[in-house]
Design a protein. Structure first.
Ligand SMILES: [Zn+2]
Length: 210
């Protein structure tokens, strides 16, 4: 498993899945801390951005980013998860960790780009052509020129807007979207900037080929 940052909506189930499947977890230092708080081995490699590593047939390239902002222009729950906590943790204990990451995953000649938070550091994001780009919609409106800046670095055949449901509720077809996170409106912005990109809005539990 690869975890791009350590907020609860990304990391909460990770120790349980890792223990159940017996798989290693890559992530930033706070993901490493959380695994250890749950009595699991830490990450095989703690990621800081700039690493390229393989997991079976997959090659993963990690890039440093900033976390997206929310209302009032702040990143939610910044900083690092404390190693002195005792699970179960509260939502505010899950700090995003340093740094938040974006990843490219390549296998079988295809690459996907995974953007788990709607922000970027332009000169640290390599320019790549990818089959599909999974892009966080939540908070994108607080990152200036987010869509055109992203499309200057990442050139996808397909863009899959995600991270738009209200994750405090169970995931279902009628789960409301987060404020300002309409994936279709986001798709229209992408289409205006890059009409050749196909937009696919994923449905809950839908299987989407790599
Ligand atoms: Zn987050």
């Amino acid at each position: 498993m690869v975890i791009t940052h350590s907020h609860s909506d990304h990391l909460l189930d990770t120790p349980y899945i890792a223990r159940r499947l017996g798989v290693p977890v890559w992530g930033n230092e706070s993901t490493d801390t959380l695994l250890r708080l749950h009595g699991l081995p830490g990450c095989p490699q703690v990621l800081a951005g700039g690493e390229t590593f393989t997991i079976g047939p997959f090659t993963v390239e990690a890039c440093k980013t900033r976390h997206g902002l929310v209302a009032f222009g702040k990143a939610p729950f910044p900083g690092r998860i404390s190693p002195d906590l005792h699970p179960p943790l509260r939502v505010w204990h899950y700090r995003h960790g340093e740094p938040p990451l974006l990843i490219f995953v390549t296998a079988g000649g295809r690459t996907i780009f995974h953007q788990g938070t709607a922000n970027l550091i332009d000169n640290l994001l390599p320019e790549r052509r990818v089959g599909s780009a999974w892009v966080c919609v939540s908070g994108h409106m607080y990152t200036p020129d987010f869509v055109p800046r992203l499309l200057r670095r990442v050139h996808p055949e397909r863009m899959i807007p995600f991270h738009f449901e209200d994750f405090s509720r169970p995931l279902a077809a009628d789960t409301p979207t987060l404020p300002g996170s309409d994936p279709r409106a986001f798709g229209r912005q992408v289409r205006a900037a890059a009409p050749e990109v196909e937009i696919v809005v994923p449905k809950p539990y839908e299987r989407i080929p790599f």
